[in-house]
Ligand binder design. Structure first.
Ligand code: MD6
Ligand code: FE
Length: 158
């Protein structure tokens, strides 16, 4: 089992290493700022949030995960952000994946959602800190991403 390859764009980025995980203003691998969040992506995220009823979403980070067919993401909570009234907007590209959505407890009942190319999931309110993960990336060969799935998650971290 492999985990996804990770990078970011935006004012901060989410980084995990031996010292733990955190949001940083500089990419620890390059010492440089993360690339700016492209306006078109920011606009997409803000308008998706608005459609779902979140009127003041101001994402400052886009976490970029690239999965291969053998990668998974274990059940986790997204809880390193400051303001949990802000939703998360997740955009799926390339190969499809099985998204597992548990409750507020890791071992609670699970829902399985197929995330396909172009799907946008907006996530917030009572469910903001629910456990979730990726159990499987479905094999295939996507014309744009090849044998990969790319997930963009937009958050307001600060
Ligand atoms: C993924 N996504 O879809 C991993 N977190 O590859 C997440 O961990 C995630 O999609 C919070 C909200 C939506 C998500
Ligand atoms: Fe997550």
């Amino acid at each position: 089992m492999m985990s996804a390859e990770i990078t970011n764009c935006g004012r901060v980025g989410w980084h995990s290493d031996r010292q733990g995980y955190r949001y940083t203003e500089l990419d620890p691998l390059t010492g440089q700022s993360w690339p700016a969040m492209p306006i078109c992506l920011q606009t997409l995220a803000v308008s998706a949030a608005l459609k779902a009823g979140y009127q003041a979403f101001t994402p400052d980070v886009c976490l970029i995960n690239r999965y291969s067919i053998d990668s998974k993401m274990g059940l986790h909570q997204d809880r390193d952000e400051r303001d949990f009234t802000q939703p998360i907007v997740s955009v799926s590209l390339g190969l499809s994946a099985n998204f597992v959505f548990a409750g507020s407890q890791r071992n609670g009942p699970r829902q399985h959602i197929l995330l396909e190319h172009g799907d946008v999931l907006v996530w917030g309110g009572q469910l903001r800190k629910n456990y979730h993960g990726i159990s499987k990336v479905l094999p295939g060969d996507d014309p744009l991403t090849g044998q990969h799935r790319i997930n963009l998650t937009f958050r307001q971290a600060l």
